[in-house]
Design a binder for this molecule. Structure first.
Ligand code: ATP
Ligand code: MG
Length: 271
């Protein structure tokens, strides 16, 4: 699938961010990270590390959850976005695929896609993009009039990605894209993100517990541990990092060797 290369010149920059929930729980402390235009960045971390909090801060949704930015700043291009609400960030070209997909279950597949384009004027361009989404996700094409709540988990995630793309974003943020999905679907979705990134020029920020797939596809990664950036670096370097291997890749080398040994042992001899 070819994607038209869009102009993209805005960097996302998070500087020294502290976030507190209910004036009591500190979820992020001094977090600095960035996504350069056209870059594919991964944020990794265990449960409760603060990954979703970071997404909420970027998209202006903290207040819904009783959270607030205490210190620091977030900007997209030249614009400070930490004081903005979610409408503001969508308007600036940031779309998100939220944790848990959050599609609108009672609306049809097509209506969900249209919701993603709400900042754009309905017209031939939006209609063409809807057709494009059905080319990218043929599974959704045959279900376009169906109620979205009836889709499988994988199809709902595709719909959530399609809805985000309908906002014609310069930056797409995906929170736990892989959660609860079959490995093949996860692989396909990451390949799609890679295409959007490389051919479409869209910046990508993935928030993932699945460190392996995130580091295989990204250029640069950050590891969050209890609200702080513990490690950062080019993804290839993080894959080789002992700490990352032990805690986030599940002792990658050993597991792979053990698996290959089992396969070799049980593989039938062709002779
Ligand atoms: N609405 C909230 N009110 C109070 N505390 C919260 C709220 N949301 C998150 N927290 C706390 O903030 C910290 C970070 O949570 P967050 O959801 O950002 O983690 P996460 O890395 O996304 O975890 P997961 O992998 O489970 O999605 C946790 O200690 C969590 O309990
Ligand atoms: Mg989360």
């Amino acid at each position: 699938m070819a994607f038209q290369h869009m102009s993209n010149d805005k960097a996302l920059s998070v500087r020294g961010l502290d976030v507190v929930y209910n004036n009591a729980v500190t979820a992020l402390s001094g977090v600095s990270m960035k996504v350069d235009p056209g870059q594919f960045v991964a944020v990794l971390g265990a449960n409760g590390a603060g990954k979703t909090t970071l997404v909420r801060a970027i998209t202006g949704l903290l207040f819904i959850h009783g959270g607030a930015v205490r210190e620091g700043a977030i900007s997209f291009g030249d614009t400070r976005i930490d004081p903005e609400g979610v409408g503001g960030t969508v308007q600036l070209g940031i779309s998100q695929v939220p944790e848990g997909r959050m599609i609108f279950p009672r609306l049809s597949v097509e209506e969900n896609l249209l919701c993603g384009a709400s900042r754009r004027k309905r017209g031939p361009e939006v209609d063409a993009d809807i057709s494009r989404m059905f080319e990218i996700f043929p599974n959704l094409a045959s279900r376009r009039k169906d109620t979205a709540g009836l889709l499988s988990g994988g199809e709902q995630q595709m719909l959530a990605v399609g809805r985000a793309l309908m906002g014609a974003p310069q930056l797409i943020i995906c929170d736990e894209l892989s959660l609860g999905l079959a490995p093949m679907i996860v692989k396909d979705l990451f390949e799609l993100l890679k295409d959007l990134n490389q051919e479409g020029g869209i910046s990508v920020l993935v928030i993932e517990q699945n460190a392996r797939i995130a580091l295989e596809n990204s250029d640069y990664g950050y590891v969050l541990e209890t609200g702080r950036v513990a490690i950062e670096g080019p993804s290839a370097e993080l894959r080789a990092d002992k700490h990352v291997q032990e805690f986030y890749l599940g002792g990658a080398g050993d597991a792979k060797e053990a698996y290959e040994a089992v396969v070799a042992r049980y593989r039938r001899d062709p002779k």
